[in-house]
Design a protein around this ligand. Structure first.
Ligand code: PMP
Length: 449
């Protein structure tokens, strides 16, 4: 059979139509085509500069074209572009040394993957193999990836379309002071009640059937929810008491995003396994991994770990991690992120909320914030319903358009505007971005009638 001839496709939007896009309905779309970048900006095909206020999908933590990362990739490309995981590699070892060097105590080994999803898959596999138990606990309002196991763990509507109902996952409620599942009135009460609830879930499921608990240390794309102090410590204690492997998902928050190397550091907690990706090398070459603690490591010293990936510890990705982590030490990037949250971005967003009736809540930590929009501050009814599209999503679409018209890229998910700039963004750029959000929020306010 002869294939139909395609018309000549040359301009960027035509070419974009050849790409099958994740998470969205297929078809032509109206988006800029990016061809370059520098620092906190990306540049489109016409030379227009956009301020990147979301670090893409919260991964370009050191911004774009950071010279230390670019040089590290180039130098490695000149030496050795690729190598199987079965061979030892100097650059892979150096990346592991730098990662373990900043990791929570006791996490002394790294399994490398090429994404966060794979890191979660492997962490769960390790926990099931090490304990011989079948079930995994995960929180509602979470995202853990988009392969079969990780999407089943995901506790938000992104799971629904892929759920087979048979993955051995049990969901529980985490603490969320703004929308408490427990009717609490203070963060302390919320923490206590959430831990009581979790213990009930464990006891009723049967601790001897639960291999692992997977938890984002700060919930990222499902709401930017910072747990009250003491919650992660309580989770650690419950896992230890019941022999459950504690897997921290730090894919989005690891490597400085929250103003600490890892978000578990805020509660001085060490999980048994920690999944990471994004910030490890700012996403310049795909890289993820699992930091492995002693208990799990020892389960695989007598018998082989029966899984792996062709590109595990890819030299170019590891070189990018070495460049990124050295730059983060030299430039004190983690301290910058903490300062950004405490003294620059956090206060600016809180102030902005005062002037807009559609803003229900502003919350976050370090360089990770969200503005949650509501119809009514008292009832907290979201400005757009879950999964809203077309007309129903008009307020958020108007906001996104208003930002883009003013050269600002933001990440809007449901009724939330996620603000997550590069950790090394300058104060002047923060002020510009917040000013644009301030103007664009007027468009959302207009829908309140
Ligand atoms: N876990 C969390 C907390 C994430 O935010 C993400 C990605 N946004 C993942 C896992 C999956 O990572 P990836 O998209 O790299 O596979």
């Amino acid at each position: 059979m002869r294939r139909p001839r395609r018309r000549a496709q040359t301009d960027a939007m035509d070419l974009d139509e050849l790409v099958f896009h994740p998470w969205v309905a297929q078809g032509p779309r109206q988006v800029p085509t990016f061809v370059g970048g520098a620092g906190s900006h990306v540049v489109d095909e016409y030379g227009r500069r956009y301020l990147d206020f979301s670090s893409q999908l919260v991964f370009a933590n050191l911004g774009h074209q950071h010279p230390r990362i670019v040089e590290a990739i180039k130098a490695q490309a000149d030496r050795l572009c690729t190598l199987a995981p079965s061979h030892a590699s100097d650059v892979r070892g150096e990346a592991a040394r730098l990662i373990v060097g900043v990791a929570p105590e006791g996490l002394g080994h790294v399994l490398f993957t090429t994404s966060g999803t794979e890191a979660i898959e492997h962490a769960v596999r390790m926990a099931r193999l090490a304990t011989g138990r079948p079930k995994v606990l995960a929180a509602y309002r979470s995202y853990h990836g988009s392969t079969t196991t990780s999407i089943h763990l995901t506790g938000d509507p992104r799971r629904w379309a892929s759920d087979t109902g048979a993955a051995g996952v049990v969901h529980f409620f985490g603490p969320f002071p703004y929308r408490s599942a427990f009717g609490s009135s203070t963060p302390e009460e919320e923490c206590e009640r959430a831990l009581d609830h979790l213990e009930q879930v464990i006891l009723l499921e049967g601790p001897s059937t639960v291999a692992a608990l997977v938890l984002e240390s700060v919930t990222g794309s499902s709401g930017v929810i910072v747990p009250p102090p003491g919650y992660l410590r309580g989770v650690r204690e419950l896992c230890t008491r019941h022999g459950i492997v504690y897997i921290a998902d730090e894919v989005l928050v690891g490597f400085g995003r929250t103003g600490a190397w890892f978000a578990v550091d805020h509660d001085e907690v060490a999980p048994d396994l920690l999944a990471f990706a994004k910030g490890v090398n700012s996403g310049y070459v795909p890289l993820g991994g699992v930091l492995v603690g002693e208990r799990i490591f020892e389960a695989f010293t007598e018998r082989p770990y029966p899984a792996g990936l062709t590109y595990s510890g890819h030299p170019l990705a590891c070189a990018a991690a070495v460049g990124a982590l050295r730059a983060m030490h030299e430039e004190r990037t983690v301290e910058s992120a903490a300062r950004l949250g405490n003294s620059v971005l956090g206060p600016a967003l809180a102030k902005l909320a005062e002037g807009h009736p559609s803003v229900g809540d502003v919350r976050g930590i370090g360089a990770l914030w969200t503005i949650e929009l509501v119809r009514d501050r008292r009832s907290k009814e979201p400005l757009v319903p879950t999964g809203a599209a077309g007309e129903a999503n008009a307020p958020m679409a108007a906001f996104v358009r208003a930002c883009r018209d003013r050269d600002l890229l933001t990440l809007v998910l449901g009724n939330r505007i996620h603000v997550a700039p590069p950790l090394n963004i300058g104060d002047a750029d923060v002020a510009t971005g917040v000013e644009v959000i301030d103007e664009a929020l007027t468009e959302a306010d207009a829908f309140l009638g």
